[in-house]
Write a protein that binds this ligand. Structure first.
Ligand code: FBP
Length: 550
């Protein structure tokens, strides 16, 4: 296969490892930091559910005086949505275990967790991995969203691992996939097997972070891709001066991507779902906020602007959130729902919803109603990327502007365009940050395997500093767990990190948004740079820089 000259040249990039691994390779030993740990919430219940792996210490590494050189047999699964850098996790892991011994072997399970259950795999040799270094995508072994749930699935997963004589399995995934990793680690330990499970924090959504994890990989690259696109649209809006652009940005629940893109590009209006939930805003209040901005700008003869909307916004409007929770429970108990006609679906739903939710449901356009009734993903999440919130808002704002026009309160023109940026960013070539971070996370996972850590997430701390100053370590997965209502039942899951309304990134937006609404303070972040000055090529996200600013 011929390759673009970018691919050929980018393959030569040598990711930067933390100084400890540069000096010592895998000749390191684990040291506890926090001697014991607790789950973030419902600690008693989590402890009961994970008796074999609960409460372990957090770990860091130091150079070892002596180090045993043994070959490792490791399996790897890429799980959930694609995120830039996955291939570098694989290459860092391979280089890590091979630096312990060139006889080490890496088995890649195909198509996500289902490959592990069904024992579909490929051996990831250095020659196989070579072409994937520093590239985007998960195509090296594919990904999937199968949830490990049943006794049979766990038993098959363990038997696959035993058949390959694995020492460890690495699961690269977001909150749901690392919940899988945690359950599997407990299952394996409870069956007396020495195989260990290590998670790697992945998701463009940026919501797998906490006191121990600075960022999930992929967020940096994806938000830079969207920032470039939104920056271009801002410039177009200000050149043509005739369109309102409604831009929905991926990120499922949390609004981290939207917030980061807003900080990078300074559009006229930005919605942050977490703020909408906190202020208990109704859908009409959201529509009124946009309508007011359109009217005020029209008074200044500016019949154009740019609005960014997180894809999960609809789920955070309290009345819709309640409706979705009721729908989730209803749909979880009705296996034949997908086979019903639309009329039968609507009849079933309207009959079983509470009066308040039924009213909210009926007030939505039929297109949005049908999108709310689509299949949930295997983890019970509404597939918000398929709900056209951008178009819904354009319709509703259009209606309210027509009313104002009739009442003589608005004389402007409203011509709106909708965009959705999501899949455009998930497989981009990893930025230097993600290329380094992912390679380091993979190498660090090898160090955790060598340390015999089970039920841990691979971590690199101090991420706003240059890569050689990053601090490798591990965090017990149970430390991030809490109980949540999913598929009509309470289940242990890793807690999602939503946007902190008291945090510096949100406060920076809040301090500037009035000015940005009425002016054209648009910024042009440009495309991701892979060659050039470090200040441009190695810059982290604004979110990370603001969060870690002392
Ligand atoms: P992960 O949490 O698995 O990383 O997935 C992130 C995401 O890209 C969300 O932002 C988006 O809502 C969802 O995946 C889309 O899923 P799909 O790829 O199944 O359409």
């Amino acid at each position: 296969m011929t390759k673009s000259s970018f691919t050929l040249n980018r393959a030569k990039y040598q990711p930067k490892l933390p100084a400890l691994f540069q000096k010592a390779g895998l000749k390191v030993q684990a040291k506890p930091v926090l001697k014991s740990t607790k789950a973030v919430a419902q600690a008693g219940e989590i402890k009961k559910l994970f008796p074999h792996i609960y409460g372990k210490p957090t770990l860091t590494f130091a150079k070892a005086a002596k180090s045993e050189n043994k070959p490792y047999r490791v399996g790897v699964v890429l799980s959930g949505g694609q995120a830039p850098g996955g291939h570098n996790v694989v290459s860092g892991l391979l280089d890590g275990i091979r630096s312990a011994s060139p006889k080490s072997a890496l088995i890649g399970f195909l198509g996500g967790p289902s490959g592990l259950i069904e024992n579909k795999y490929v051996e990831l040799t250095p020659a196989f991995v070579k072409d994937y270094r520093n590239t985007g995508g998960f195509d090296i072994i594919g990904s999937g969203r199968t949830k490990l749930e049943t006794e049979e699935q766990f038993a098959s997963a363990l038997s696959t691992m035993q058949s390959h004589k694995l020492d460890a399995l690495v699961i690269v995934g977001g909150d749901d996939s690392n919940t899988n990793a945690c359950m599997l680690a407990e299952y394996i330990a409870s069956h007396g097997s020495p195989i260990t499970v290590i998670g790697v924090p992945k998701t463009i959504d940026g919501d797998l972070k906490n006191s121990e994890i600075g960022a999930s990989f992929g967020f940096d690259t994806a938000s830079k891709v969207y920032s470039e696109l939104v920056g271009n649209i801002c410039r177009d809006a200000n050149s043509a001066k005739k369109y309102w652009h409604f831009i929905k940005l991926m990120g499922r629940s949390a609004s981290h991507i939207t917030l980061e893109v807003a900080l990078q590009t300074q559009p006229n209006l930005t919605f942050i779902s977490e703020e909408i939930a906190e202020k208990k805003m109704t859908l009409s209040q959201v529509v009124k906020t946009i309508t007011d901005a359109v009217v005020r700008r029209a008074e200044m003869k500016k019949n154009f602007g740019v609005i960014v909307i997180p894809e999960g916004l609809i789920e955070f409007i309290p009345e819709v959130k309640k409706l979705i929770a009721e729908l989730n429970d209803l749909l979880a108990g009705k296996d034949d729902f997908a086979t019903l006609s639309m009329d039968d679906k609507l009849q079933f739903v309207n009959k079983n919803l509470t009066a308040a939710s039924s009213q909210v449901f009926s007030s939505l356009p039929i297109l949005i109603q049908s999108q709310l009734l689509m299949d949930r993903d295997p983890h019970g999440n509404v597939q918000v990327s398929r709900i056209e919130t951008d178009k819904l808002l354009i319709d509703l704002v259009g209606d309210s502007l027509r009313e104002l026009k009739k009442a003589g309160k608005y004389t402007g023109k409203f011509s709106a365009l909708s965009h959705f940026f999501g899949y455009e960013g998930r497989c981009a070539s990893p930025s230097n940050f993600d290329a380094d971070y992912c390679y380091g996370l993979g190498f660090n996972a090898a160090a955790l395997i060598k340390a015999g850590a089970n039920g841990y997430m691979s971590t690199l701390k101090n991420l706003s500093a240059p890569a050689d100053k990053w601090v490798p370590g591990g965090v017990p997965l149970t430390m991030m767990m809490n109980m949540e209502h999913r598929h009509g039942k309470d289940k242990p899951v890793i807690r999602k990190a939503l946007v902190d309304l008291k945090g510096k990134p949100f406060k920076t937006l809040a301090a500037n948004r009035q000015e940005w609404a009425l002016t054209e303070s648009y910024q042009d972040p440009g495309a991701i740079q892979y060659y050039g000055p470090s200040a441009v090529c190695d810059a982290t996200t604004k979110t990370l820089a603001l969060e870690q600013k002392k």
